[in-house]
Design a protein around this ligand. Structure first.
Ligand SMILES: [Zn+2]
Length: 280
């Protein structure tokens, strides 16, 4: 199998890879508190390992044709000022993370890659990866899409869910804890996992859940609603649930990458009818 991890390539291998027109996947996470039972790296671990599994599966299927996708090192820091009340969180300013991601996209486009995907593991990254992807679309010859591991899931992928909706899947919750138990279980201390559902202020229009959030965008300081850093019920998490979740997200990402790679990049058209400048 040919290499599929971007940073392991040499520059002649990058030049060769561009000829295959692979999709390049950039996992984006964050470093922030995830309750007393999960590591700070939770959100970039999920994004990185699901992206790697999807790209590896495509590389295995492709064999000698060469991998149809490449996966990059994850971006481990991003926007999360609202978690700073808990020790450990590293917060990046909003414009910095947008510019940083767009710089990576512009560099990839400069080298000739044409299909780029930002793959996210952190809820609060969603508006920032969306804007960064739009900047890459508007400023380069490449196309760039942004999505999160939970946005790929079908309702049947969550049939194992036991925690209440809404709120059971929110932060350091049944879903995230199950994923880390499966992906790197030695980093989880389930003796410190506690149910944290009732402390959160929820209303008709404001609630959080990875399966489907409320209709209003609103994120206040996390500590106003959680004394543990948890929102949800991680006591229901198991590594078996995490495997179902990881396998589903991996499979859906792999099929999206093939779909996006096949997307035609049509030429722009200019429909202006501007007056000609006067001839001299
Ligand atoms: Zn998280």
């Amino acid at each position: 199998m040919q290499p599929y991890r971007y940073e392991e390539l040499s520059w002649p291998q990058v030049r060769e890879a561009v000829r295959r027109d692979p999709v390049v996947v950039l996992p984006v996470g964050t470093t922030e508190q995830h309750g007393p039972h999960l590591p700070l790296m939770t959100d970039y671990l999920t994004a990185a390992l699901i992206a790697e599994a999807a790209v590896r599966s495509l590389a295995e299927q492709a064999g000698a044709d060469g991998p149809p996708a490449l996966v990059m090192h994850p971006v481990p820091y991003s926007f999360n000022e609202h978690h700073l009340d808990y020790p450990g969180t590293i917060a990046i300013d909003a414009h910095t993370i947008i510019d940083y991601l767009a710089c990576i996209g512009r560099s990839l486009a400069h080298h000739g890659f044409r299909h780029l995907v930002l793959f996210n593991g952190h809820g609060s990254n969603v508006p920032f990866i969306d804007i960064a992807a739009r900047l890459v679309n508007n400023q380069t010859e490449a196309i760039c899409a942004a999505l999160s591991w939970w946005s790929l899931l079908h309702p049947e992928d969550l049939s194992w869910r036991e925690s209440a909706y809404p709120g059971g899947f929110s932060h350091a919750c049944e879903a995230e804890t199950s994923l880390i138990l499966h992906l790197q279980g030695d980093l989880v201390d389930m003796t410190k996992a506690v149910k944290a559902m009732d402390e959160v202020q929820r209303s008709e229009h404001i609630f959080w859940d990875l399966a489907k959030g409320g209709p209003v965008n609103f994120q206040e300081f996390f500590s106003r609603n959680s004394s543990t850093g948890i929102q949800g019920d991680p006591t229901l998490a198991t590594s078996e649930k995490g495997k179902v979740l990881a396998d589903a997200a991996t499979g859906h990402l792999a099929s999206f990458l093939l779909e996006f790679r096949a997307r035609e990049i049509r030429p722009r058209r200019d429909f202006h009818d501007r007056p000609q400048p006067p001839s001299r």
